[in-house]
Design a protein around this ligand. Structure first.
Ligand SMILES: [Zn+2]
Length: 267
């Protein structure tokens, strides 16, 4: 799904860049509101029609990111637009976006719950909840526990991610990848729900019972990913606007119209 399918149509490449900045800034703030980002972590999104992506200035608070604090960066890591330095872990985004042409948006987070699953012997994070069918192909763990600041570290991380939609980073964090910033946000919400469910089972002293392949196949028959993303985006954007975690001036650009929220099918 493209950015434009949820958002208002952009006019020209400058508007496309602005819209990508706005949606990436909103996604960052929503992730911070939901406890998935805090003082660190970041989101990058490709700019449709340009050989470049947007990412925030590294020092800007994740709760206050706006289009003014976003940078336009090319795939060699050069800052083309904006006044500031990208996050020091830029190689995460550069190398994943280079390696995965199917990916439009990348999240890097230091989510504690995800980190815990890189530090337990004999325990793997598995699809427990229905929405975790997204990660049915597996959630690999990258063995490098340091911050990813070198191109070769980023390339190694991208190799560990491979064709999957999530990668854990030992004692450090995780990355998720998706087809849009909105999809990335919704995936992150479900990733946290799923990790919470497995941790609750472990904390109860029980052996977790993950989804079986047959159950995942059944879940996927009912899947309406595009509509589901719009529904959750609508919920979280409206909630954040009401709670003033997002500026009111962004409302018209971010809230889906009634027409956008119509389901075209039930199955
Ligand atoms: Zn990090």
């Amino acid at each position: 799904m493209s950015v434009a399918e949820i958002s208002r149509p952009a006019r020209g490449s400058n508007s496309t860049t602005q819209q990508t900045m706005l949606e990436t800034a909103a996604t960052t703030r929503l992730l911070e509101s939901e406890g998935i980002l805090d003082y660190s972590g970041h989101v990058s999104t490709r700019i449709p029609g340009r050989e470049a992506f947007v990412i925030q200035i590294g020092s800007t608070s994740r709760a206050e990111v706006s289009p003014d604090s976003m940078l336009v960066v090319d795939y060699d890591g050069n800052v083309l637009e904006g006044d500031g330095q990208p996050p020091s872990e830029l190689p995460i985004h550069l190398e994943i976006l280079r390696a995965r042409p199917d990916v439009q948006s990348v999240l890097h987070s230091h989510m504690e719950l995800a980190i815990a699953f890189t530090m337990m012997e004999g325990v793997k994070l598995l699809p427990m909840r229905a929405r975790a069918s997204r990660w049915k192909s597996g959630i690999p763990i990258d063995p490098d526990p340091s911050h990813i600041k070198l191109p070769e570290q980023g390339r190694a991380l991208a190799r560990t991610l491979g064709p999957h939609h999530a990668v854990l980073m030992r004692a450090h964090g995780l990355c998720l990848v998706a087809e849009s910033a909105q999809a990335l946000f919704v995936d992150a919400v479900h990733f946290k729900e799923n990790a919470t469910a497995q941790m609750q089972a472990l904390q109860a002293g029980a052996k977790p019972i993950p989804l079986t392949e047959a159950e995942i196949a059944q879940i996927e028959k009912m899947e309406m990913r595009e509509w589901h993303i719009k529904k959750l985006w609508n919920y979280y954007v409206r909630k954040a606007l009401d709670e003033e975690a997002l500026p009111q001036a962004w409302r018209d650009e971010l809230v889906p119209t009634k027409e956008m929220l119509k389901r075209d099918r039930t199955l």
